[in-house]
Design a protein around this ligand. Structure first.
Ligand code: SF4
Length: 225
């Protein structure tokens, strides 16, 4: 049976942010999102190519011939809108490492979650209507993690922008949920070097004060993709 999926792009690069920073990776960006955040940093999600999953598997295999040490990273948009396609791609590439970056708002695919090497949960602030709502979201993911998945990490964009998190909000998550700073990466806002050089310094200081991890956006700093 043919499974069609909505693909935005596939490309090879190094992971520029989060817990796997610097690792060679084949990025599979799935189209579309269930959110429409004000500060969306993935406008590529609106590009839609309808393809069979078998064709995506072939394209990944071609990259793997040249870059055999790559992990495969599903990103978006919101990749978990297409769990069947993701599962089929994983089935077609046995033995590979698969990571995913998700906004975390689709959390009912526990069997699929067990198959990822790393899950990076990266919601934007507009995903939440209140601090209670946000802390329940974190607690739900920690429950999923406690049921056998330890490689679930959180990444938050920090800054003085309406859609980015404030230091006080990150602190509130640490104080009012079981979220551990060691599983948390704070990332500066900014889509060019000039903005990052300012926001990066501020985010670095926040990460130092809160004792959590700092994530740069190395692909932007290094003119990567
Ligand atoms: S969840 Fe991510 S991809 Fe979706 S609209 Fe928000 S920022 Fe963009």
């Amino acid at each position: 049976m043919k499974t069609m999926m909505n693909l935005s792009e596939i490309f090879y690069s190094l992971q520029g942010e989060g817990p796997a920073v610097g690792r060679p990776a084949i990025f599979v960006r799935l189209s579309k999102c269930n959110r429409s955040c004000k500060g969306c940093d993935s406008p590529q999600k609106d590009r839609v190519e309808e393809v069979e999953t078998s064709s995506v598997i072939s394209r990944i295999q071609n990259y793997l011939k040249t870059y055999p040490n790559s992990r495969i990273i599903f990103t978006g948009g919101e990749p978990l809108l297409q769990p069947t396609a993701i599962s089929e791609i994983m089935n077609g590439l046995p033995g590979q490492l698969f990571d995913i970056e998700t906004n975390g708002t689709i959390n009912n695919q526990e069997e699929l979650f067990k198959r990822f090497n790393i899950m990076v949960i990266s919601p934007k602030k507009d995903c939440f209507t209140s601090s209670k709502d946000r802390n329940e979201f974190i607690t739900n993911w920690l429950k999923i993690s406690d049921s056998g998945r330890k490689n679930i990490y959180f990444k938050f964009v920090v800054g003085n922008l309406p859609w980015a998190f404030l230091e006080a909000e990150i602190k509130d998550m640490f104080e009012n949920t079981s979220l551990n700073p060691s599983r948390t990466w704070l990332m500066p806002a900014g889509d060019n070097n000039q903005k990052l050089s300012i926001s990066g310094k501020n985010t670095w200081k926040v990460a130092c004060r809160l004792g959590c991890n700092y994530s740069d956006r190395l692909h932007i700093r290094c003119d990567g993709k």
